[in-house]
Design a protein around this ligand. Structure first.
Ligand code: BTN
Length: 250
């Protein structure tokens, strides 16, 4: 399976029917052999899909997109959050191309009407101060129309249409390649601007929870190391690390 619309992104796709986790498969692959940048591991079914913070990622077999993309980005380890940003932007473009108004929930979830439609798990291998390889694991809810989790949705639930998963994958890879080339050109300011513009809760006074207590704040942006910049009610700016705060939804 080759992608006709890209130069290198998804020119090698390894399509598996069952695997524990495409991120695990990708990690073993890069340990064993040299892997071309842009290689994709796609699975119809994951038996032990992994989410962020040690959570599991559940997706009905054959109904969703679960895949990992292997890249060798030429960026410093300290700037690694930019990989999350471009991945979010490629998913945002994909969903918007399919007529879905999408927001990015910091750090890297995609939301439609405050319901999660996609999640990202990035695992980088470092060499000194550089990134040697990046495994970008993506779970996109496509045709699944029932979720045990609250606040989850899919393309099918939002539109009533059954989507072809491989077409969506190729669309995603086209957008991902554009953003990756933008990163290689050094367009970090543009990447940052568009990521920031599309953040859920940006410039809105909303409630968040930290250490069990609720507080109000306005999201302003995300800094180079991936911390969320928030303006608190008394005007003070505070930066939060991933997992430090929880979002409150309507
Ligand atoms: C999250 O939102 O918690 C991240 C979910 C990432 C899930 C994807 S599915 C493909 C890849 N393989 C995994 O085991 N996890 C990622």
């Amino acid at each position: 399976m080759k992608n006709p619309e890209t130069l290198f992104m998804g020119q090698h796709i390894i399509h598996l029917s069952d695997i524990d986790s495409t991120n695990n498969f990708a990690a073993n692959l890069i340990k064993q052999t040299k892997v071309v940048s842009g290689t994709v591991i796609l699975a119809d079914n994951q038996t032990a899909g992994r989410g962020q913070s040690g959570n599991q990622w559940h997706a009905n077999p054959g109904e969703n997109l679960t895949f990992s993309l292997i890249l060798h980005p030429r960026i410093l380890a300290k700037n690694q959050f930019i990989i999350s940003k471009i991945t979010c932007l490629a998913l945002l473009d994909l969903l918007e191309e399919n007529k879905l108004e999408t927001k990015i929930k910091w750090p890297n979830d995609l939301l439609i009407n405050q319901h999660k439609i996609a999640g990202i798990l990035i695992e980088n291998t470092l060499r000194g101060q550089n990134i040697e390889s990046s495994i970008i694991g993506i779970g996109l809810n496509v045709n699944q129309n029932y979720f045990h989790e609250n606040r989850a949705t899919s393309l099918n639930l939002e539109t009533g249409v059954i989507f072809d998963r491989v077409t969506l994958l190729h669309q995603f890879l086209k957008f991902m390649e554009r953003w990756y080339l933008a990163l290689e050109r050094g367009d970090e300011i543009q990447i940052d601007q568009i990521y920031t513009q599309n953040l859920f809760g940006r410039n809105e006074l909303r409630n968040y929870i930290r250490d069990g207590s609720e507080f109000e704040g306005k999201i302003k942006g995300v800094n180079r190391i991936g911390q969320l910049e928030m303006e608190l009610v008394h005007g003070k700016t505070q930066y939060f690390d991933n997992q430090e705060i929880k979002f409150c939804f309507d």
